[in-house]
Write a protein that binds this ligand. Structure first.
Ligand code: NAD
Length: 243
């Protein structure tokens, strides 16, 4: 059996970390990256290799085209094919839109939206020659409905949703699937700014009565990857019935 390979951006913690561990368990060799924290990324790599899988790591900014090119250069030296790309790296910005600086706007756009373009551009030629592949974008319910004080974040995730639908149409004739998971409130460090009262208020609004876990997202991701190439162009919400 040929081992499949998956690239996961932003895998040092949170949802990306859970994706890495679940895909390793499902039999994938991995290439993972993060923006900072070599130690956390190395720890995830260690857990992947302990499951008998190979793992390439890279520290760099996926919002920078040159870094993305470096990362994929490294991957293609190690693996002959890339079967799966998961665009997970992302940052949030909470604050009023009129207080945002140009740098803050550019940073969130590059990290959350341009990164998906840069990574897809690198991976699509290999997937086209294989006539198969899966691109999965980790999006947000705010990309569907928008959130007050998260205007830029909502814009990037709305952009990712449109990017997903359009790219799916472009690549479906080549049997390459493009889907997105629109997460609700997932319990990760990204939400570390919330105090206990705010966390409880959010849980009270969610019919399932709890935040999602990174493992909830990873379980859905693995099941999406197991589908036929007829599942494409979909933005699948995972929010406990919230939105
Ligand atoms: P997190 O902050 O816990 O982890 C983010 C990961 O992305 C880290 O590994 C970090 O190093 C990496 N990263 C950040 N900027 C990067 C860059 N420029 N280049 C490379 N790597 C970078 O966040 P999380 O909650 O696990 O979020 C993961 C994804 O899920 C993000 O795209 C986020 O928008 C999305 N999401 C999260 C939630 C939530 O409630 N946590 C909800 C909806 C969507």
């Amino acid at each position: 059996m040929n081992t499949k390979t998956a690239v996961i951006t932003g895998a040092s913690r949170g949802i990306g970390r859970a994706l890495a561990l679940h895909l390793a368990k499902a039999g994938y060799d991995l290439a993972i990256c993060a923006h900072s924290r070599t130690d956390s990324l190395a720890e995830v790599c260690h857990q992947v290799t302990a499951q008998g899988r190979r793992c390439v790591t890279y520290l760099g900014d996926m919002g920078n085209a040159a870094s993305v090119q470096d990362f994929f250069g490294l991957i293609l030296q190690e693996y002959p094919t890339i079967d799966v790309l998961i665009n997970n790296a992302g940052i949030s910005y909470v604050g009023l839109l009129q207080d945002m600086t140009d740098d803050q706007w550019d940073q969130i756009l590059h990290t959350n939206l341009s990164s998906a373009f840069y990574c897809c551009r690198q991976v699509i030629p290999a997937m086209l020659s294989q006539k198969r592949g899966h691109i999965l974008n980790i999006s947000s319910v705010w990309g569907n409905v928008g959130a007050s004080t998260e205007v830029a974040y909502s814009a990037t995730k709305g952009g990712i949703n449109a990017f997903t639908r359009a790219l799916a149409k472009e690549l479906a004739p080549s049997h390459i699937c493009v889907n997105a998971i629109a997460c609700g409130y997932i319990d990760t460090d990204m939400n570390g700014h919330l105090n206990e009262t705010e966390r409880q208020q959010l849980c009270d609004e969610i019919p399932a009565g709890r935040p999602g876990t990174p493992e909830d997202v990873a379980t859905l991701a693995v099941s999406i990857l197991q589908n036929s190439d007829y599942l494409t162009g979909q933005i699948i919400s995972l929010d406990g019935g919230w939105i």
